[in-house]
Design a protein around this ligand. Structure first.
Ligand SMILES: Cc1cc2nc3c(=O)[nH]c(=O)nc-3n(C[C@H](O)[C@H](O)[C@H](O)COP(=O)(O)O)c2cc1C
Length: 87
């Protein structure tokens, strides 16, 4: 993340996930994970088409990163993804 030209941080705002789909926090988190998978896969597809390298990173210091980004309690980091040139 430090050396990549682009670092993406996918954040779910649970306070905006209302309605019948989101009965409880488990349902909110489930949808956030699935949606983030879709988004991340689209980034993978674009990178493949543009000959760029990319990787998702889940083993991240979420609390530290959230503090650095000034996230609120209801804003949850789901995944990060780096994009760069092939080595
Ligand atoms: C959901 C998910 C989370 C991942 N988290 C990490 C991670 O935290 N750190 C890491 O080094 N690789 C992680 N990986 C693996 C990398 O994204 C990548 O797949 C791996 O480095 C192999 O990349 P390559 O196939 O382009 O060589 C994760 C993969 C997935 C699918």
């Amino acid at each position: 993340m430090k050396s990549a030209p682009v670092g993406l941080v996918y954040v779910a705002d649970l306070s905006r996930m209302n309605g019948p789909m989101f009965r409880n926090e488990e349902a909110q988190r489930f949808c956030a994970w699935v949606d983030t998978g879709f988004i991340s896969q689209n980034v993978y597809l674009y990178c493949a088409s543009a000959n760029l390298a990319t990787a998702v990173l889940a083993l991240i210091p979420r609390d530290d990163l959230g503090r650095l980004m000034g996230l609120k309690d209801h804003e949850k980091i789901v995944l990060t993804q780096v994009v760069g040139n092939h080595l």
